[in-house]
Ligand binder design. Structure first.
Ligand code: S3P
Length: 181
């Protein structure tokens, strides 16, 4: 069993959590877990469908439950959904056996990447860009509160992943497991 701390990627939609996470996982030899994908598997429904049928509150409840379960295992790179920061308890749990790294992205880059993707009901439709900017402004303080951060805008995923891996290794070498800050 892999007992290494998890690497937890947190950031706004389109920050590159999944693509960077996959590369970092391959590099570190850790298992890659995408929280949105886990939710879809367990619920047997797409993220969009869950939002449509149950609403955002219920989605957040499911997201917390799945995050709690995934956080109990080790040896993983976990790509979270952009809204994971909305419930502080999520980061507390994911940080118990994990190094949390914020992938920073500009709103312009986030929109260029997030538009037209099916699992982002919060920014779907004609006023998607305006809603994305609104969400971005509201959430920025939550992301900024994460002490470890890597720039994810306008850079190839490989370069971002290399930085993330460096940050993770440095943190683990410095303090063992169970590190959030
Ligand atoms: C959300 C981000 C999405 C997905 C859902 C809600 C958010 O994940 O969890 O649409 O609230 O920011 P990504 O960050 O992978 O796009």
């Amino acid at each position: 069993m892999d007992t290494r701390p998890n690497l937890v990627l947190v950031g706004f939609m389109g920050s590159g959590k999944s693509s960077v996470g996959r590369l970092a996982a391959a590099d570190l030899g850790l298992r890659f877990v995408d929280l949105d994908h886990e939710i879809e598997q367990r619920e047997g429904a797409t993220i969009t469908r869950i939002f449509e049928t149950c609403g955002e509150e219920e989605f957040r409840r499911i997201e917390s439950k799945v995050a709690t379960e995934v956080a109990e295992r080790r040896g993983q790179v976990i790509a979270t959904g952009g809204g994971i920061v909305l419930r502080p308890v999520n980061l507390e749990r994911l940080g118990v056996a994990g190094v949390i790294v914020h992938l920073h992205v500009t709103p312009e880059c986030a929109w260029a990447r997030a538009r037209g993707h099916g699992h982002r009901p919060l920014v779907a439709g004609p006023d998607g860009e305006a809603r994305l900017r609104e969400l971005f402004a509201k959430r920025q303080p939550l992301y900024d509160a994460i002490p470890l951060s890597v720039e994810g805008s306008n850079r190839p995923p490989r370069a971002v992943a290399a930085d993330v891996v460096r940050v993770y290794r440095r943190r683990v070498d410095a303090g063992g497991s169970g590190i959030r800050a």
